[in-house]
Design a binder for this molecule. Structure first.
Ligand code: A4P
Ligand code: MG
Length: 196
């Protein structure tokens, strides 16, 4: 989608703690951009954190990678949610246990200034303000971000006790690195055996 009139900015939180987590998150951001009516503006680098379960943090569970994508969308909230669920399904996501291990979780943190207490789509996301694994990557892509009435994301993060860990060598999920970045230039001059 490009330059659509009437688009709203949405904040999408991504999480994965099963499989090729980094690859799943990168593929998910690319899949978001392919949704009709959605255009990815930016996506953070992945961050790592201990799995938060209904009984609290659990270091015996696989660790999560989380990230945040900023998108512009012309979709209504429930249509966006349906599209996110379709992307989750392509990752092999199985829903058997709330807050259970998952290949891919996509949550709508914010959709413009919409507020909703519909249990199918609560906006802003009711738990985002308590989660460093949402707030930290969000700040990476938008240092001035605000979470609706809860206020500045930087202030919310400052009030939290925990922090995520960066993933060494893992850059932003979007824009995607050009594959040629890693390949030697085709017209590179021969080195004539110079070991340098
Ligand atoms: N739903 C309501 N509002 C929203 C929203 N704003 N965005 C409904 C997305 N979905 C929303 O979600 C359950 C239902 O929430 C959906 O049917 C949807 O209509 P789900 O994805 O099926 O299940 P879930 O993710 O297990 O439940 P929930 O309550 O969404 O959990 P959270 O809050 O997503 O937490 N630990 C770490 N370190 N990192 C994580 O990312 N994530 C979770 C899941 C737990 N622990 C984690 C992480
Ligand atoms: Mg979820």
């Amino acid at each position: 989608m490009s330059d659509a009139a009437g688009a709203r900015r949405a904040v999408v939180a991504l999480g994965s703690n099963l499989g090729d987590r980094d690859g799943l998150l990168r593929d998910a951001v690319a899949a978001l951009d392919r949704i009709d009516g959605v255009s990815v503006v930016a996506a953070s680098s992945p961050v790592s954190s201990i799995a938060l379960t209904l009984d609290g943090p659990d270091a015996s569970k696989p660790e999560y990678l989380n990230a945040v994508a900023l998108v512009d969308t012309t979709l209504a909230g429930l249509d966006l949610l349906d599209a996110l669920h379709a992307v989750e399904a392509t990752s092999g996501r199985v829903r058997d246990e709330r807050w259970g291990d998952r290949t891919l979780d996509l949550d709508v943190v914010l959709l413009g200034d919409e507020e909703s207490d519909d249990e199918r789509l609560t906006l802003p996301h009711p738990r985002a303000a308590e989660r460093a694994f949402v707030l930290e990557p969000w700040l990476e892509v938008d240092p001035e971000a605000r979470l609706g009435r809860a206020g500045r994301v930087a202030d919310l993060l400052a009030a939290l006790p925990d922090r995520t860990r960066p993933v060494p060598g893992a850059g932003p999920l979007w824009p995607r690195a050009a594959p040629t970045d890693l390949a030697p230039a085709a017209d590179a001059a021969p080195t004539d055996g110079d070991p340098a």
